[in-house]
Design a protein around this ligand. Structure first.
Ligand SMILES: NC(=O)c1ccc[n+]([C@@H]2O[C@H](COP(=O)([O-])OP(=O)(O)OC[C@H]3O[C@@H](n4cnc5c(N)ncnc54)[C@H](O)[C@@H]3O)[C@@H](O)[C@H]2O)c1
Ligand SMILES: [Zn+2]
Ligand SMILES: [Zn+2]
Length: 364
């Protein structure tokens, strides 16, 4: 079928809204009419080829929409169901079988490879192939092909315009706290980076009763929003040394920290600010191959650093749970969102990069 999609032709090029031919759903596939799609930092990482992705490519991995058609083997959803699309995993590797699909052995090729799991393309244009299947969806488009492993059925009484970001950025931030670190109520936490991911972590830290909640970011407007959303303290690293200040505020060091900026020196700070036995979650994504240095003695003293992908979320369980918390007023993630018409996708990307918008959502 003919769809309209935002195509990136080559590394660092702007998104171009073009007509593309999308395959009909195969046996295990689900065709979703996209209502809205969030934009995540990772879409821009792909556009700029900081991860090895193929071009031309259709990005978008926070789609929300209505199921339009399903393949013959699909039983999970039916046409008309509201769904949120999320990351893809294979379902058969060791980690998928152990209940850790976010650490699927095929995570990179299924989410960044631009092809189906069997290597085939989902999109074409004038006879030439276009790479789709980004995060098993490519939702910067009027329609996306997903599968049972990455569609989450959601309640129909919440606007789909809000829900796309739950599929990546918001579940990553909230889940890093609620599924990854699992702090007890009353635990101290320092969150480095107050973008969509970091602020979602602030919301979750508030929801589970952390205190103090310390947000670190060089952008004053983001720190102001962090305070409104539940941060008890904020630190601008251009003004004070965050490590010394966190140690002072927590009487010796934070029990938990999260690196949500993707910067090696920030990872160092997020480890150095911990109390001995404290745990740092690494969430920010640096370009492949970037290294960070850590003080070995600091690690020796019982400190832990661990990576966290997609907030260690089992999306079918966690996304509906976040929606319930939102409806109860305990997780106001809608405060992060700013809608844009699809045609303004490049303005949305620029606003996000310059810090004017926390979480752009494109309306299809
Ligand atoms: N691990 C995962 O599964 C996963 C999933 C989604 C996104 N990510 C990554 O998480 C990171 C955050 O994503 P986002 O969408 O919130 O991006 P974002 O760009 O909106 O937020 C990053 C924030 O870091 C801040 N920052 C810059 N320098 C800093 C410093 N020295 N100290 C503290 N903060 C600093 C920026 O001002 C910005 O507010 C990105 O690297 C993204 O690629 C990881
Ligand atoms: Zn797997
Ligand atoms: Zn993402």
């Amino acid at each position: 079928m003919k769809i309209t999609a935002a195509v990136v032709r080559a590394k660092g090029q702007p998104f171009r809204i073009e007509e593309v031919e999308l395959d009909a759903p195969r046996e295990h596939e689900i065709l979703v009419r996209i209502v809205a799609a969030g934009m995540c930092h990772t879409d821009l990482v792909a556009r700029d080829q900081l991860y090895p992705v193929p071009f031309p490519l259709v990005c978008g991995h926070e789609g929300a929409g209505i199921v339009e058609q399903v393949g013959t083997a699909v039983t999970k959803v039916r046409p008309g169901d509201p769904v949120v699309l999320t990351y893809l995993s294979c379902g058969t590797c060791f980690n998928c079988l152990r209940g850790h699909p976010m650490y699927c052995y095929r995570l990179f090729d299924l989410n960044f490879g631009g092809k189906r799991a069997d290597g085939s393309l989902t999109m074409r244009q004038n006879g030439a192939g276009v790479h789709g299947a980004f995060f098993g969806q490519s939702s910067f488009a009027t329609h996306a092909l997903a599968s049972e492993r990455n569609v989450v059925r959601v309640r129909s009484d919440v606007p789909l315009e809000l829900l796309g970001p739950l599929g990546c950025g918001v579940q990553t931030g909230a889940g890093s706290v609620m599924n990854g670190l699992r702090p007890e109520a009353g635990s101290s936490i320092a969150i480095f980076g107050a973008g969509a991911v970091g602020l979602s972590a602030v919301l979750a830290a508030r929801a589970v009763g952390c205190t103090p909640i310390i947000a670190v970011d060089p952008k004053p407007e983001r720190l102001a929003l962090a305070r409104e959303l539940g941060a008890t303290h904020t630190i601008n690293p251009n003004e004070v040394d965050p490590v010394a200040e966190i140690r002072r505020l927590t009487d010796g060091g934070a029990l938990y920290s999260l690196e949500m900026a993707g910067i090696p020196q920030v990872l160092r700070q997020a480890v150095d600010c911990l109390v001995p036995t404290g745990v740092c979650g690494l969430v920010g994504a640096a370009p492949v191959g970037v290294e960070a240095s850590l003080d070995m003695t600091n690690l020796l003293l019982g400190r832990t650093v661990r990576g966290l992908v997609e907030g260690e979320s089992i999306p079918d369980i966690f996304i509906p749970r976040l929606i319930e918390l939102y409806l109860e007023g305990r997780f106001p993630f809608d405060r992060l969102i700013r809608p844009y018409p699809f045609a303004e996708i490049n303005a949305a990307a620029a606003d996000s990069e310059q810090g004017r918008t926390i979480k752009p959502v494109l309306r299809l």
